[in-house]
Design a protein around this ligand. Structure first.
Ligand code: SF4
Ligand code: SF3
Length: 538
């Protein structure tokens, strides 16, 4: 059976995974995900028709969000879970299709897995034959996947904006249509506008619920108690786990994209929240082995596990892996993590792999509290340039570039970061400039929103007409679809000349790359030496 997927940076030969994903995704899982996306567009079509005469259905919005999130790179490898979502989507669509929409995506019925895979074969990415239109449609789809993931986190904290949900459903429905290229360019930009709106909503949800991130020294060593490692982006799960482990003698550590949880006042109050263990997602095999205790994935990125630890991994939310125990929410939305806690009590404490601390918590509120100091340092010439180096990390060898680039930057530069890309340089000793650390970590990839807020505040402080007049260079690393929405959001805010690496997306056709180069000055990366030279202000 063939598959075709080119949604992430590690896609085979930078053109497409066709036999098995570099991520470990199998052809059948890929086919089921294609079918789920197609049916989600059908559900969106029904939603659009209903919205002309009745109030929006929040259940449809939720199912759309969760379906999109489920298909993000490294989120869900579990065929059973995807099949369940396919059936749920069809049931909801049929129950909601009062206007009798007869598009195939709104009427398709499925039988067993073999039947689903047969039907999936004609609705995948390659069903769109025009290379440029396919490229733009997928760029929009991937942006929407990232947007839906962020929107889903906001929803779990009780924050929703139907304007965002409406846009998502409208755009997914539009993707079933044939339209001229220019329409897809417009929709790409509009997806970026809504990316900003969604990241702002999630920022509001996180900070109103858990307080503003503040400067924090995060412990990266271990203690002697048994412990649970929590990974992914879901702060709501983080809160429930901390509450339920309180007084049990079980400690909690973060991994990968959960590191920024350490910066929130709400989470800091728990004495058994010890710190962060290990590095970014792709280091999970040796690190999970050494951790000894249970691991909870709240979102991507899952790497197919080693036998040595696979029996102590749990998933929740939109992620899943065959054989991992999955924790479902109860009727009121809360989750019962007692199985994980009980298992932790029977296992040894983590093996220490590092010691010391790393500093983070430089989200917009904290940086703006230091604004006078920062502005003074720029005016005095102590800080010459800022480098936004946020985004994703990945396992490709070429990503050493980011470590070497950070090391080669002049001492009068400051790195602004968010997302797991930070692990390429957040443990280097890069020092500070008059007390301002040279690596300012705002948080998770969605906290790239904070970097934009900081840039806009600096623009105002220096009375500049254009955000591009600031001494900020954008050298961003991407891997999965959340980075796609971050990129589109930055374009929406008018940021130009973004460098994207380690490779430009394989899903961008040469003509679409030209559009991005001509209108936004998007470029790839070169050698560290050449880029350091090129980006430096004289
Ligand atoms: Fe390949 Fe990436 Fe798709 Fe996995 S998500 S199948 S690595 S393109
Ligand atoms: Fe993505 Fe896996 Fe890091 Fe949130 S989650 S950034 S790659």
């Amino acid at each position: 059976m063939d598959m075709f997927c080119y949604q992430c940076q590690e896609t085979a030969s930078n053109t497409g995974c066709t036999v098995q994903g570099v991520c470990g995704k199998k052809a059948d899982t890929s086919g089921l995900q294609d079918l789920l996306i197609y049916l989600t567009k059908g559900l969106a079509l029904v939603d659009q028709a209903n919205r002309t005469s009745q109030a929006a259905d929040p259940q449809i919005a939720t199912v759309i969000m969760e379906n999109m999130f489920t298909t993000i790179t490294n989120a869900n490898f579990d065929n059973e879970a995807i099949i369940e979502r396919i059936r749920l989507t069809i049931d909801l669509r049929n129950a909601s299709n009062q206007t009798g929409i007869d598009h195939p995506a709104a009427t398709l019925e499925v039988g067993d897995q073999a039947d689903m895979l047969q039907k999936a074969a004609s609705v995948g990415v390659l069903a769109e034959e025009n290379e440029d239109i396919r490229s733009l449609k997928e760029l929009i789809t991937y942006g929407l996947k990232g947007l839906c993931a962020y929107n889903d986190h906001a929803r779990k904290l009780g924050y929703q904006d139907d304007d965002i949900n409406h846009f998502v459903s409208q755009t997914l429905a539009a993707l079933l249509e044939e339209r001229p290229l220019s329409d897809w360019v417009d929709l790409t930009l509009k997806t970026g506008d809504y990316g900003v709106k969604t990241m702002a909503l999630l920022d509001q949800a996180n900070t109103e619920t858990y307080g503003h991130p503040e400067i924090t020294e995060v412990n990266i060593g271990t203690r002697s108690n048994p412990a649970i490692l929590i990974s992914g982006h879901d702060l709501h799960d983080m809160k429930m786990l901390l509450e339920q482990t309180k007084g049990t003698g079980v400690d909690v550590y973060t991994h990968g994209e959960m590191l920024p949880a350490n910066y929130y006042p709400e989470f800091k109050q728990y004495d058994h929240f010890v710190g962060n263990y290990g590095g970014s997602w792709w280091m999970q095999k040796p690190e999970f082995e050494a951790f000894n205790g249970p691991i909870l994935f709240t979102t991507n990125c899952i790497v197919p596990p080693l036998d040595s630890y696979k029996d102590r991994v749990f998933t929740t939310g939109s992620c899943g892996y065959p054989g991992f125990q999955h924790i479902l929410p109860q009727a009121d939305g809360t989750k019962d993590f007692s199985d994980i806690i009980e298992l932790a009590k029977t296992l040894p404490a983590p093996t220490q792999i590092e010691e010391g601390t790393i500093v983070g918590g430089f989200a917009h509120n904290q940086v703006l509290a230091l604004a006078d100091k920062v502005i003074e340092a720029v005016k005095a010439g102590a800080i010459k340039q800022f480098y936004v180096m946020g985004g994703c990390d990945g396992r490709q060898k070429g990503r050493n570039y980011y470590t070497e680039f950070a090391q080669s930057l002049a001492p009068d530069t400051v790195i602004l970061t968010a997302g797991c890309a930070k692990y390429r340089y957040n443990k280097l000793e890069l020092g500070d400039i008059g007390g301002i650390p040279r690596v300012l970590d705002a948080g998770q990839c969605n906290d790239s929103y904070s970097l934009a807020v900081i840039a806009m505040a600096l623009q105002k402080a220096f009375e500049l007409d254009d955000i591009n007049q600031l001494p900020i260079v954008y050298n961003i690393a991407w891997y999965e679809q959340k980075a796609v929405i971050v990129l589109l959001a930055l374009l929406s805010l008018g940021v130009k000349n973004i460098h994207l690496g380690p490779t430009l997306p394989g899903f961008l056709s040469p003509n679409v790359v030209n559009v991005l180069v001509e209108n936004f000055g998007i470029a790839g990366i070169d050698t560290v030496e050449n880029d350091i030279e090129k980006f430096r202000i004289a």
